[in-house]
Every structure is written in structure tokens, then in C-alpha cells.
Design a protein around this ligand. Structure first.
Ligand code: AMP
Length: 288
């Protein structure tokens, strides 16, 4: 496995791979790798001649007061795991290289970023995400890039950006990987205080309750919202950041579940922010 830390070297390598006509799968990550990341990497390895994974904790997508400093960093273990699943190249640029002085360009997807994480973290979060992903796609030049449904809004925003700006890349969105008890895997799970870990399931349980209610033909969004909130907030260790029932295409709130909806939420537990979501409609699916 090759480790490339320099942008110019990564660009030269991308050029070489293009000349060789290799199919190039790309898995952008912020490191602290877990099975969620590895599922994307495995899929890329299966589907492409070459797999490139980036490991870059992107300062631009953390808002002031968020957990940039305490975000888990496990570089040695990341390398080991990436190699184990067959990643060919790890691209690991420095923040100084990615964000040189005098820069003044960003990329913004306007409508899809207004709700959910865009509302709770601020518009700057997604400007940070789209700008770094646009830069990474330009540097790595993959044929397919892999994103997780865990960050449903992010995947949708990236798909929009790629269409709007004509990036010659296919975006592949992969299912959420969970712990045995159902908690969505996240690098931030490492920062949940051990005594609070079982209670971190509250959001997942709330989402599952919403799905069960829809199965029992409760379609009124306000009723679903109320019941899910009551469940999640039963535990005083949990702070609810947001919970929305939205159209999976526009991310606008819906009043009624008359088609597939995305139910997406974010909680804080022990100072750690966790997100999760579920796609469900009047006809299911009733399981992930
Ligand atoms: P991150 O390192 O958190 O920025 O995540 C990198 C990529 O992995 C993103 O596309 C995420 O959506 C994806 N990802 C993170 N957690 C999971 C998970 N539990 N299941 C599937 N994909 C995930």
C-alpha cells in the first residue's frame, strides 16, 4: 500500500492511473476507521482496479466550539486496517497544503444544506464539506466515489454538487453499518463515556419507534415526531439536537408520510454528537 502525503504527487499518480485506464474507486474519510469506512473500501476494492482512500480531518467542516481538537485520530491503526481490506493508496494531506494562505474559493450547495445538519451545525459545515470533497475529487480524479448513507444529507449534497458542477465521477451510496446492538458506527463513538454507551441507543430506538408507528399506519408527521421525541428524551443524559421527517429528495419537512421519507436525527450524549437516520414509507421497508 502506498501512502501519499503530497497533493502534487497524488495528482501525478492520478494522471498515471488515467493513462493506464484503471478504474479508480475513492473513499474519502476523516480516519479513526471502523467497519463503516471499511465497508465502503471493500466495495471499492471489489468494483475497481485501484482504490484510493483519503484520511484527512477537515478543519473547514468543524464550526467554532465543535470537536475538531478532540476528534479521534488513530493513524497507525488506520493504515493497518486500510491495508487489510485491500486499499492501494492512502492519501493523507496536511491542512496547510489543502488550505494554503490567500485561498478565497468555496463550493456551496444551497437548498439541500438548509435543513438537518446544515441548520444545526450552521451553513459553514456543508460549505466545508463540499469544498473539501470538490478539492479531493479534483486531486484524486476517481471514476467512482463511495459515501455512507449514515451521513444521508452529506451523500445527497455531494450527489447534487457532482451533477451541478459536472464532475466526471459516479457517486455510490452504501448502507449504514451498525454495532450488534444497532448503534450506527461512527468515529465519535470512541469518545462516548463508557457508562453512557448503552444509552447512546436512544436515537436509534426513537427512529425504530417511528418506523413501527408508520407500520401501524400512523402517517401524521407531528404525531410521529412527538412520540419519537418523548422516547429519546426519556433519558436525561440525552440532548436532542434535531429530529426531522423529510423528503429524501429535497430534505424539506413533510406533514404526512405518503411516500418514502427520511427520518433523521442528531443527539448529544456525554458531549458527543451522534447522528442516525432511517428510510421508510407506508409500504416499508420495516428492517434495515
Ligand atoms: P467520516 O470519516 O465520518 O467523514 O466518514 C467517511 C465516510 O464513511 C462517509 O461517507 C460516511 O458516511 C461513511 N460512514 C461513516 N460511518 C458509517 C457507517 N456506520 N456506515 C456506513 N458508512 C459510514
Amino acid at each position: 500500500m502506498e501512502i501519499i502525503e503530497d497533493i502534487a504527487k497524488m495528482q501525478a499518480k492520478a494522471e498515471e492511473l488515467i493513462i493506464e485506464k484503471a478504474t479508480r474507486g475513492f473513499v474519502p474519510t476523516m480516519g479513526a476507521l471502523h467497519e463503516g469506512h471499511l465497508s465502503l473500501a471493500r466495495r471499492s476494492v471489489e468494483e475497481n482496479g485501484v482504490t484510493i482512500m483519503s484520511v484527512f480531518v477537515n478543519p473547514a467542516q468543524f464550526m467554532p466550539g465543535e470537536d475538531y481538537d478532540s476528534y479521534p485520530r488513530t493513524w497507525d491503526e488506520d493504515l493497518h486496517l486500510a491495508e487489510e481490506v485491500g486499499v492501494d493508496i492512502v492519501f493523507h494531506p496536511t491542512a496547510g497544503q489543502m488550505y494554503p494562505p490567500r485561498r478565497q474559493t468555496t463550493v456551496q450547495v444551497h437548498e439541500l444544506t438548509k435543513n438537518l445538519c446544515g441548520m444545526s451545525r450552521g451553513l459553514g459545515h456543508f460549505i466545508g464539506v463540499t469544498t473539501v470533497v470538490a478539492k479531493l475529487l479534483n486531486i484524486v480524479r476517481p471514476t467512482t466515489a463511495y459515501f455512507g448513507q449514515k451521513d444521508a444529507q452529506q451523500a445527497l449534497v455531494i450527489q447534487r454538487m457532482v451533477i451541478d458542477l459536472n464532475f466526471p465521477v459516479k457517486i455510490s451510496v452504501c448502507p449504514i453499518v451498525r454495532e450488534d446492538d444497532g448503534l450506527a458506527l461512527s468515529s465519535r463513538n470512541r469518545n462516548i463515556p463508557a457508562d453512557l454507551r448503552p444509552r447512546a441507543l436512544a436515537l436509534r430506538e426513537g427512529l425504530s419507534l417511528g418506523r413501527e408507528m408508520i407500520r401501524n399506519r400512523v402517517y401524521d408527521a407531528q404525531s410521529l415526531f412527538n412520540a419519537m421525541c418523548v422516547h429519546i428524551l426519556r433519558d436525561d443524559a440525552i440532548e436532542l439536537d434535531y429530529l426531522h421527517i423529510v423528503s429524501p429528495e429535497t430534505l424539506d419537512d413533510v406533514d404526512k408520510v405518503d411516500d418514502i421519507v427520511l427520518i433523521a436525527g442528531a443527539i448529544k450524549i456525554g458531549g458527543v454528537r451522534l447522528i442516525d437516520n432511517i428510510l421508510v414509507g407506508p409500504g416499508g421497508p420495516w428492517e434495515d
